[in-house]
Design a protein. Structure first.
Length: 261
C-alpha cells in the first residue's frame, strides 16, 4: 500500500532547524493501519508528508506509483486527509458542510447520488438528525463527526485521520472505529490513523506502526506483535501489564511512569 522510502524532514525555526525524520523507511499494510508513539514522535508530520503538505526529501509510494511526484489534483482524488482541527464558526448547516466534501465530484447541480451518499454517511455516524442544524451550534464531538463525514463522502482509496477520536465520548469512539473497520472491509479502502489510545489501536487496527520520540521506526506489525510491555517501557516510558482477551487482542493496563516524581 503506502511505502515510505528514505524520508527526511525538518521544521525550520529561528535558531536553526528541528529534525523530525532522518532517512525514515517503513511500509503500511492494506486495510486499517494505526500509528502509535509518544508526543513529538512525528506522527502528524508523517500524515502531512503522505498527503503532500510538506516539502521533504525522499519518496512516498502508493503501490508502485509515486505520491511524491503526483500533482495536487491526482493526490486529492486518491486520498482524503482529516487533520487535527477546531472550527467553531460557520453559517452552514451540517448537510451543507458534508456536501462540501463532495466538491471534486460536484457538478453545477447537486445530484440525488450526492445527497444519498451524504445522508448514508451521516446515518452511519448516527448524526443524520443533525443534518439541518447549524454547524456552529454543535458540541465539539459532534463537529468532529461532521468533519469525519466530510472526509468519508469523498469515497477515496486512502483515508488519513489524525487523532479522530479526540473529543468523542467512549461510545462514539467505539462506533467510529467500528465504522472505519467496516469501510475497510466493505469498500476496499485503506486507512491510516494516528491514535493515542493504544487499546483502541490494538482492538481495531490490523497493522500498527510504532514511532519513537526521535521520529524513528521502533516496530511494525500486528497488534499482538508490537504491543508489548517492553515497547511500552522503551517508547512510552511506562510500566504496564499487557494481557490478552479471548480473541488474543492485547489490552494495556498502565501501572506507573518509569520516571520518579
Amino acid at each position: 500500500m503506502i511505502t515510505v522510502n528514505n524520508l527526511s524532514f525538518s521544521y525550520k525555526k529561528n535558531k536553526g532547524a528541528h529534525k523530525v525524520f532522518d532517512g525514515l523507511n517503513l511500509a503500511f499494510a492494506k486495510g486499517f493501519n494505526a500509528i502509535l508513539g509518544p508526543n513529538g514522535a512525528g506522527k502528524s508530520t508523517l500524515l502531512k508528508s503522505i498527503f503532500g503538505l510538506l516539502h521533504y526529501d525522499g519518496n512516498i509510494l502508493y503501490g508502485h506509483e509515486s505520491i511524491t511526484a503526483m500533482d495536487t489534483e491526482d493526490r486529492i482524488k486518491l486520498m482524503s486527509y482529516l487533520p487535527q482541527m477546531d472550527v467553531d464558526i460557520s453559517t452552514l448547516t451540517v448537510l451543507e458542510m458534508v456536501i462540501l466534501g463532495r466538491l471534486p465530484e460536484l457538478g453545477y447541480k447537486i445530484s440525488d447520488e450526492d445527497l444519498n451518499i451524504v445522508m448514508d454517511t451521516l446515518e452511519s455516524l448516527n448524526i443524520a438528525a443533525l443534518a439541518t442544524r447549524n454547524f456552529s451550534e454543535l458540541s465539539g464531538g459532534q463537529k468532529k463527526l461532521v468533519f469525519i463525514a466530510q472526509t468519508l463522502v469523498r469515497k477515496p482509496k486512502l483515508i488519513l485521520l489524525d487523532e479522530p477520536v479526540n473529543s468523542l465520548d467512549l461510545q462514539k469512539q467505539l462506533e467510529l472505529c467500528q465504522l472505519l473497520q467496516k469501510i475497510v472491509d466493505k469498500q476496499n479502502v485503506d486507512i491510516i490513523v494516528v491514535l493515542h489510545d493504544i487499546n483502541l489501536a490494538a482492538r481495531y487496527a490490523g497493522h500498527i506502526v510504532v514511532m519513537d520520540e526521535n521520529g524513528s521506526l521502533y516496530s511494525t506489525g500486528k497488534p499482538g506483535e508490537v504491543i508489548t510491555a517492553r515497547m511500552l517501557k522503551e517508547v512510552y516510558g511506562v510500566i504496564a501489564n499487557v494481557i490478552y482477551d479471548e480473541k488474543g487482542t492485547p489490552m494495556v493496563s498502565p501501572v506507573c511512569s518509569v520516571r520518579k516524581v
